[in-house]
Design a protein around this ligand. Sequence first.
Ligand code: HEC
Length: 126
Amino acid sequence: MRTLLLSLLLAAPAFAAAPPPAPHPGAEIYQNVCQACHMANAGGGVGAGRIPALAGNRNLAVAGYPVTVVTGGKGAMPWFRGALSDQEIADVINYVRSHFGNKYKDKVTAAIIAEQGIPAPKGGER
Ligand code: HEC
């Protein structure tokens, strides 16, 4: 018993020194790009029009819906095709679909964005 305790104590610093888990690759994109409208807690709000909450949002259940909205825009929501890479769009969609109370496990990939996303408009900017 004493040996077990000792080895646990000796092992502890190794745990403490382990690096923290890497942040989700979509988290930074969310904070830099989406948060201004959808808010840090993804609760949405009222700004230039009504901004829907992404937290606990069942519209995110089928990945194709956020893929369409984020690539092509919708109402007062700008499109991000061209502004973000397909990989970044995939990362941020995976982030919101697996955070803020959303627990959708299937992932979108850059290939899915390339295939199913709305193409960037010709001439780039709106
Ligand atoms: C300029 C403000 C703005 C920014 C920035 C923005 N959104 Fe939106 N978003 C909106 C508005 C407004 C709507 C509602 C559009 C409508 O239904 O007419 C919306 C809708 C959505 C929806 C659909 C929600 C639903 O239930 O229908 C998703 C998903 C979404 N946004 C994700 C994102 C993500 C991810 C980002 C960052 C890449 C982002 N948004 C950045 C304003 C914004």
